[in-house]
Design a protein around this ligand. Structure first.
Ligand code: SF4
Ligand code: SF4
Length: 113
Protein backbone atom coordinates (compact mmCIF):
# COMPACT_ATOMS: atom_id res chain seq x y z
CA UNK A 1 0.00 0.00 0.00
CA UNK A 2 1.27 3.48 -0.79
CA UNK A 3 2.61 5.36 2.17
CA UNK A 4 0.25 8.07 3.34
CA UNK A 5 1.94 11.31 4.27
CA UNK A 6 0.51 14.24 6.15
CA UNK A 7 1.03 17.03 3.64
CA UNK A 8 0.33 19.67 6.27
CA UNK A 9 3.66 19.07 8.03
CA UNK A 10 5.98 20.28 5.26
CA UNK A 11 7.26 23.80 4.64
CA UNK A 12 8.74 22.95 1.20
CA UNK A 13 10.97 25.29 -0.82
CA UNK A 14 10.70 28.45 -2.88
CA UNK A 15 12.69 28.84 -6.10
CA UNK A 16 13.75 32.16 -7.61
CA UNK A 17 13.72 31.21 -11.26
CA UNK A 18 15.30 34.52 -12.30
CA UNK A 19 18.51 33.44 -10.57
CA UNK A 20 18.44 29.79 -11.70
CA UNK A 21 21.24 28.88 -14.11
CA UNK A 22 19.58 25.63 -15.21
CA UNK A 23 22.34 23.36 -13.96
CA UNK A 24 19.96 20.60 -12.90
CA UNK A 25 21.77 19.85 -9.63
CA UNK A 26 18.62 20.22 -7.54
CA UNK A 27 16.66 17.88 -9.79
CA UNK A 28 19.43 15.29 -9.51
CA UNK A 29 19.65 15.34 -5.72
CA UNK A 30 15.95 15.47 -4.82
CA UNK A 31 15.12 12.05 -3.38
CA UNK A 32 11.41 12.45 -4.07
CA UNK A 33 11.37 13.68 -7.68
CA UNK A 34 9.81 16.90 -6.46
CA UNK A 35 11.81 19.11 -8.83
CA UNK A 36 11.94 19.40 -12.62
CA UNK A 37 13.33 21.74 -15.20
CA UNK A 38 10.45 23.58 -16.84
CA UNK A 39 9.97 24.60 -20.46
CA UNK A 40 12.52 27.40 -19.96
CA UNK A 41 14.98 25.01 -18.27
CA UNK A 42 14.37 26.66 -14.90
CA UNK A 43 13.88 24.60 -11.77
CA UNK A 44 10.27 24.12 -10.69
CA UNK A 45 8.82 22.52 -7.56
CA UNK A 46 6.08 19.90 -7.72
CA UNK A 47 4.27 21.02 -4.62
CA UNK A 48 2.80 17.89 -3.07
CA UNK A 49 5.93 15.79 -3.64
CA UNK A 50 8.31 17.81 -1.44
CA UNK A 51 9.09 16.28 1.94
CA UNK A 52 11.54 18.81 3.37
CA UNK A 53 14.92 17.10 3.31
CA UNK A 54 16.43 20.25 1.72
CA UNK A 55 19.11 18.49 -0.34
CA UNK A 56 18.24 20.92 -3.11
CA UNK A 57 18.91 23.96 -0.94
CA UNK A 58 22.39 22.65 -0.19
CA UNK A 59 23.08 21.62 -3.80
CA UNK A 60 22.13 24.80 -5.64
CA UNK A 61 25.36 26.59 -6.71
CA UNK A 62 23.69 30.00 -6.91
CA UNK A 63 21.57 29.57 -3.76
CA UNK A 64 18.27 30.34 -5.46
CA UNK A 65 16.32 27.60 -3.66
CA UNK A 66 15.21 28.57 -0.16
CA UNK A 67 13.46 26.84 2.66
CA UNK A 68 10.03 28.44 2.48
CA UNK A 69 10.41 29.85 5.99
CA UNK A 70 13.59 31.64 4.86
CA UNK A 71 12.60 32.72 1.35
CA UNK A 72 12.79 36.37 0.30
CA UNK A 73 9.42 38.02 -0.11
CA UNK A 74 10.11 38.94 -3.73
CA UNK A 75 10.83 35.31 -4.64
CA UNK A 76 7.54 34.16 -3.15
CA UNK A 77 5.64 36.62 -5.35
CA UNK A 78 7.05 35.48 -8.68
CA UNK A 79 4.92 33.26 -10.94
CA UNK A 80 5.62 29.77 -12.30
CA UNK A 81 8.05 28.40 -9.72
CA UNK A 82 5.72 25.66 -8.49
CA UNK A 83 3.05 23.41 -9.85
CA UNK A 84 0.83 20.57 -8.79
CA UNK A 85 1.69 17.00 -9.73
CA UNK A 86 -1.95 15.90 -9.65
CA UNK A 87 -5.43 17.19 -8.99
CA UNK A 88 -5.73 17.80 -5.27
CA UNK A 89 -8.51 16.43 -3.12
CA UNK A 90 -10.53 19.06 -1.24
CA UNK A 91 -8.57 18.20 1.89
CA UNK A 92 -5.25 18.63 0.07
CA UNK A 93 -6.47 21.92 -1.42
CA UNK A 94 -7.14 23.17 2.09
CA UNK A 95 -3.60 22.21 3.12
CA UNK A 96 -2.29 24.14 0.11
CA UNK A 97 -4.35 27.20 1.04
CA UNK A 98 -3.17 27.00 4.65
CA UNK A 99 0.45 26.68 3.50
CA UNK A 100 0.12 29.75 1.26
CA UNK A 101 -1.38 31.74 4.11
CA UNK A 102 1.18 30.59 6.66
CA UNK A 103 4.17 31.50 4.50
CA UNK A 104 2.71 34.49 2.70
CA UNK A 105 2.75 33.04 -0.78
CA UNK A 106 0.41 35.03 -3.02
CA UNK A 107 0.74 33.02 -6.23
CA UNK A 108 -1.18 29.86 -7.05
CA UNK A 109 0.57 26.77 -8.36
CA UNK A 110 0.42 25.93 -12.03
CA UNK A 111 -1.95 23.03 -12.75
CA UNK A 112 -0.75 19.46 -13.20
CA UNK A 113 0.98 19.09 -16.56
S1 SF4 B 1 13.43 19.94 -0.07
FE1 SF4 B 1 14.01 17.82 -0.57
S2 SF4 B 1 12.09 16.86 -1.29
FE2 SF4 B 1 11.81 19.10 -1.35
S3 SF4 B 1 12.35 19.65 -3.43
FE3 SF4 B 1 14.19 19.92 -2.17
S4 SF4 B 1 15.35 18.00 -2.37
FE4 SF4 B 1 13.23 17.62 -3.07
S1 SF4 C 1 20.45 23.79 -8.56
FE1 SF4 C 1 19.84 25.97 -8.55
S2 SF4 C 1 20.69 26.80 -10.45
FE2 SF4 C 1 20.72 24.56 -10.64
S3 SF4 C 1 18.77 24.05 -11.70
FE3 SF4 C 1 18.41 23.91 -9.49
S4 SF4 C 1 17.62 25.95 -8.91
FE4 SF4 C 1 18.59 26.17 -10.89
Amino acid sequence: MAEQRDLSQYQRVVIDQDLCISCGACVAVCPWQALELDENAKARLIWEKCYDDFSCVAACPVKCIYKTSEAPEEAKKKPNWYRLGKQLTPEEQKILNDWKAKYGIPVDPLPPS
